[in-house]
Ligand binder design. Structure first.
Ligand code: ADP
Ligand code: GLC
Length: 480
């Protein structure tokens, strides 16, 4: 049995700010069913400790970046967790990355270097009786793990997954001496990145294998346009790079068995979706009618292209559609959506904030989900949408293009269409995509076919977990 230590800064259902948590929470469970034993190392944030039941101290570290630390073992939601309890780094108010003042914790470099260092110690046997074959690090917060491990004798193999190349963990060069790396790790062949310390950069250079979360994004990041400064390094390591598309937890996201929605439904009784549409209208004080409800559930950031939607709200409402937006982030965008909702009371509803339960109700009740991202490594909301028969309207980038089949003439004729893809990422192309959607909505049998095809898309982890398992096995030398 292959044994994997997965390392991440957020893990659903314990701590989540975005899709990374969903993946770090669901992939280990899927791997568990196919003979890969995964333990998950994450920081013991205060909220995690507060809800923690039975646990055991598995090892202690006298000094981890300026204070004592220990690793607690516990099982939560089926996950075999290792919690890095280092109060000087993690016992504080705020989110995993951001303090109550809205700014990054000033010592994030130490907090996540510590997570990576702890991963390397566990990888080398710090917990009695445990020696993983693979250390699988997720994103920049865990990216130094392969760097700490690379010179250790008989070390585990390392995998680094890029969930988003926009977040690279770059810090001033002055932190380098405190990372506890050998002096020659400073340089282009180490963690140095244009005069700064680059956590992701260092990890990408040191890892035995690199993955990212869709095949299309794997190709995009090798180009100057998509590589965010790291394309040169990635091209040099292209033989080590694989794109494996994300799945979703089909039990948490199951319209047939979702405790959060007004009416559960399946492909067989999809007419019950209507009950959820009515509930959504009530929740957002929308007029009750049969016009389209287009929805967004997203971080409100430049990446997500939602400024294009903000500029298109008036046209969309004028065309007869209604809009529901659930999100938080950029203050300007929040204000702009709230302003549009005030102008279009009854036709547009906005909820600023993060609300996991509401996001289920939106997927179950809206007719379509808009994802006009400028770049999107994979994207999960369009996968939930497919499963809930809420047709995705997505830009042709990254994993969006890998997971949605555009309802063009040929795809409709072949009965495989699941949504709408538009390009380029402009307000006009987005409006064109919505216009195409509205034309099909006017033909109820056709619309129903699209919904049923969308709902039968395989968005589970089954195929992708197998790809990770194959990758792990390819890295581990045959045992006698
Ligand atoms: P990213 O990780 O870039 O934000 P993904 O689509 O991979 O994008 O994952 C986003 C996750 O966060 C999804 O599970 C989505 O439902 C959730 N999400 C984003 N914003 C909100 C919100 N305001 N309320 C509830 N869930 C949200
Ligand atoms: C990142 C990406 C998103 C991806 C998620 C999980 O947050 O922005 O596209 O789905 O990670 O891999």
């Amino acid at each position: 049995m292959t044994s994997v230590l997965s390392v991440a800064s957020e893990v659903f259902p314990l701590v989540k700010t975005g899709g990374l948590a969903d993946v770090a929470g669901a992939l280990p469970l899927a791997l568990g069913t196919i003979g890969v034993a995964v333990r998950t190392l994450m920081p013991a944030y205060p909220s995690v400790l507060a809800d923690l039941g039975e646990n055991a101290i598995l090892t202690e570290i006298d000094d981890l970046f300026g204070g004592p630390a220990r690793i607690l073992g516990a099982t939560v939601a089926g996950l075999d967790l290792l919690l890095l309890d280092a109060p000087h780094l993690f016992d504080r108010p705020g989110g995993p990355y951001i303090g109550l003042n809205g700014y990054d914790h000033p010592d994030n470099w130490a907090r996540f270097a510590a997570l990576s260092k702890a991963a390397s110690l566990v990888g080398m046997g710090a917990i009695a009786g445990y020696r993983p074959d693979i250390v699988h690090a997720h994103d920049w917060q865990a990216a130094l793990a392969p760097v700490y491990l690379e010179r250790q004798p008989s070390r585990p193999r390392t995998v680094l997954t890029i969930h988003n190349l926009a977040f690279q963990g770059a810090f001033p060069h002055t932190v380098f001496p405190d990372l506890g790396l050998p002096a020659d790790a400073w340089g282009v062949d180490g963690v140095e990145y244009y005069g700064s310390v680059g956590f992701l950069k260092g990890g990408l250079r040191a890892a035995d294998a690199i993955t990212t979360v869709s095949p299309n994004y794997a190709a995009e990041i090798l180009t100057a346009a998509g590589g965010m400064g790291l394309d040169g390094l990635l091209r040099g390591r292209a033989d080590r790079l694989t794109g494996i598309v994300n799945g979703i937890d089909i039990e948490t996201w199951d319209p047939a068995n979702d405790p959060h929605i007004a009416a559960t439904f399946t492909r067989g009784d999809i007419f019950r979706r209507q009950i959820n549409k009515r509930a959504l209208e009530a929740e957002f004080a929308l007029e009750e009618d049969d016009t389209l409800i287009l929805a967004v559930v997203s971080r409100l950031t430049w990446q997500k292209g939602l400024d294009l939607l903000a500029e298109a709200c008036d046209d969309i409402v004028a065309s007869g559609c209604r809009l529901v937006i659930v999100g938080s982030g950029d203050r300007m965008l929040e204000g702009s959506f709230l302003g549009a909702a005030a102008r279009h009371a009854g036709r547009m509803g906005v909820r600023i904030g993060y609300d996991e339960i509401l996001s289920h109700r939106v997927q179950a009740g809206a007719d379509a989900l808009l994802v006009p991202s400028r770049f999107e490594p994979c994207g999960l909301t369009q996968l939930y949408a497919l499963r809930y028969g809420c047709l995705p309207v997505v830009s042709r980038v990254g994993g969006l293009a890998d997971t949605v089949i555009d309802a063009n003439f040929a795809a409709q004729a072949a009965g495989v269409a699941t949504g709408f893809i538009f390009a380029p990422v402009t307000r006009e192309a987005l409006l064109d995509g919505i216009a195409r959607l509205a034309r099909l909505y006017a033909d109820p049998p056709l619309w129903r076919d699209l919904q049923l095809t969308a709902m039968s898309s395989d968005v589970s982890w089954t195929g992708s977990a197998r790809r990770y398992a194959d990758l792990y096995r390819s890295l581990v030398p045959e045992r006698p």
